[in-house]
Design a protein around this ligand. Structure first.
Ligand SMILES: Cc1cc2nc3c(=O)[nH]c(=O)nc-3n(C[C@H](O)[C@H](O)[C@H](O)COP(=O)(O)OP(=O)(O)OC[C@H]3O[C@@H](n4cnc5c(N)ncnc54)[C@H](O)[C@@H]3O)c2cc1C
Length: 507
């Protein structure tokens, strides 16, 4: 058995069913743990009030407590991880740094830097799959190729699945190997980081730097009752399990509590993906539950987009289907003003506006609405999907490059989709279908609350009398529609013709 290891926590902020911890505790005599509030990521965030940073802060605080309870500890620094991790590893004189795979190009490059630096000091860098069930090139076509369409990928994924893939990676029963740095080691680590980065830390690693120490401020996270940490993930999961069976029927209606609300926990790994998938798989196998299979289907989408990003890193800036990069999006001042109206939830289309306001106020948006507003941005406003992707990236609590990029490319039809050409959502009929009573719209557009439900989806069609009685003044209390959907649709068909021509000429 080797001597000591450092487990580097990133998007896996829990200490149960944790592959890196499990491996470290079963192969090393002493296991230290560290988390870095990575300045390479945090310093470019657009706002000092960022719910994600606060979510991480609370989750890390809970993680440190859990590790303390098991006889270990968590060193926490606000630094550049690429420098801090080798510094900590050297100061603690560990034999290996152990962490989980990340599929984002920037993270892959950071990990390569860390590996190189560690190697120069004779320290191993060992990484494991943990964030998804199947990764990279684990699910391939019969001919050995990569999938770019979801349904055949899903079928192959399900065929490949064995109980071992969902098995728990236990931690608590191996806790004896957890080690706690002593005061001298804490000081040594802190000094090493200062030496390597030139930056003195607000703490010596034994305490978690406050949000203010790191230049951030509290948000409305707690007011929204967003549950943080491993305990928050378990409570949210437990609550969802009683509803999982009805998931498939309920998942498309934003006013209904039909989905799991677990995405932020999946994002930061406060919930193990294996645990989530185990529940769905077990329920499906024991009862044939459509809801359980429907939910598992979404977890498979998550794996699908991880492998798309990993195998096609160019999607970060480019259309997955290259010919879609020939589309010319509007980008003049009028386009910029329309974009601002979309961001602010002031387009005049109530379902779109309610969704965009939900995002701004809570950092979360229902999946159906993500599809509606993404289609609206690209196909009604004629704006580049990358503009919308960026707004989501800045504002979603669950922002994940792979799922977000995949979702936006799907909505703009440039991504992985079985559709031969493209779809255009009608924002009014989507509203009538998925928020028939306007309950969701009322929640975020209270200025329309008194409008009878038959007009809630398209207030501009309401007779003047109805508007007056509901206290709605179009253009004043609520905006007139910023574009005419029927006109926009024609423009979009013309805009996308460049793709169709190209596809046809390529055939
Ligand atoms: C334009 C657009 C952008 C999106 N951006 C993100 C994003 O940045 N981060 C993110 O996690 N999801 C994203 N999604 C996918 C999806 O909307 C959210 O995962 C879901 O709404 C989160 O709510 P939930 O946890 O209640 O989901 P549930 O319906 O309960 O689903 C369970 C889990 O499955 C995963 N999942 C569900 N749908 C998808 C999907 N289409 N692709 C990948 N994973 C999925 C998520 O981890 C989710 O938590 C995006 C979708 C679209 C259309």
């Amino acid at each position: 058995m080797s001597t000591s290891a450092l487990v580097w926590f990133r998007r896996d902020l829990r200490c149960d069913d944790h592959t890196a911890l499990h491996h470290a505790l079963t192969h090393f005599k002493r296991v230290y743990c560290a988390f870095i509030f990575d300045r390479d990521i945090l310093d470019v965030l657009p706002s000092p009030a960022d719910r994600r940073v606060e979510f991480i802060w609370y989750s890390v605080t809970e993680l440190k407590q859990h590790l303390n309870d098991m006889g270990g500890d968590l060193l926490v620094f606000h630094a550049k991880a690429a420098q801090a991790i080798p510094a900590i590893a050297e100061a603690l004189k560990v034999d290996a740094v152990i962490t989980h795979h990340d599929y984002e190009p920037a993270a892959i490059s950071r990990d390569a830097t860390v590996e190189q630096t560690l190697k120069a000091s004779g320290i191993a860098f060992t990484t494991f799959k943990d964030t998804c069930i199947f990764e990279k090139e684990e699910v391939l076509t019969q001919a050995g190729g990569r999938f770019s369409v979801f349904t055949p990928y899903k079928n192959a994924w399900l065929k490949k699945l064995t109980p071992a893939d969902l098995e728990e990676r236990p931690v608590a029963q191996h806790a004896a190997a957890f080690a706690k740095p002593d005061a001298t080691q804490f000081k040594g680590v802190s000094a090493q980081i200062a030496k390597q980065t030139g930056i003195h830390q607000p703490t010596d690693g034994s305490h978690i730097p406050s949000l203010q120490d790191m230049g951030f401020e509290p948000t409305n996270l707690l007011e929204l009752k967003i549950r943080t940490g491993q305990s928050g993930a378990q409570a949210t999961l437990d609550e969802f399990l009683s509803r999982m069976d009805g998931y498939k029927k309920q998942r498309d209606f934003p006013a209904v509590k039909g989905v799991s609300y677990l995405s932020v926990h999946m994002r930061f790994g406060t919930l193990s993906i294996r645990q989530a998938a185990r529940h769905a798989w077990t329920l499906f196998n024991s009862t044939g539950s459509e809801g359980a299979m429907g939910w598992l289907n979404e977890l498979i989408w998550r794996d699908f987009y991880f492998q798309i990003l990993y195998n096609n890193p160019r999607v970060v800036n480019n259309a997955f289907k290259a010919e879609y990069d020939d589309i010319v999006w509007d980008s003049d001042d009028k386009a910029k003003a329309l974009y601002q109206r979309w961001c602010d939830g002031q387009t005049g289309y109530p379902l779109v506006d309610a969704a965009m306001r939900q995002l701004k106020h809570t950092g979360w948006m229902h999946n159906r609405l993500r599809m509606v507003v993404a289609s609206f941005l690209t196909k009604d406003l004629g704006l580049d999907w990358r503009w919308g992707e960026k707004w989501f990236a800045d504002n979603l609590n669950d922002f994940d490059l792979s799922a977000n990029n995949g979702g936006w490319q799907w909505a703009s039809s440039s991504g992985c989709d079985a559709q031969p050409y493209f779809r255009i959502f009608n924002p009014v009929s989507q509203s009538e279908k998925f928020d028939a009573d306007g309950k969701f719209i009322h929640r975020y557009c209270p200025e329309l609350a008194k409008l009878p439900k038959r007009f809630i989806h398209a207030p501009w069609e309401a007779p003047a009398m109805e508007l007056q009685m509901a206290g709605v003044q179009l253009g004043t209390s609520y905006p007139r529609p910023c574009v005419d959907h029927a006109v926009a649709r024609e423009k979009t068909l013309a805009r996308y013709a460049v793709v169709k021509k190209k596809v046809t000429s390529d055939e």
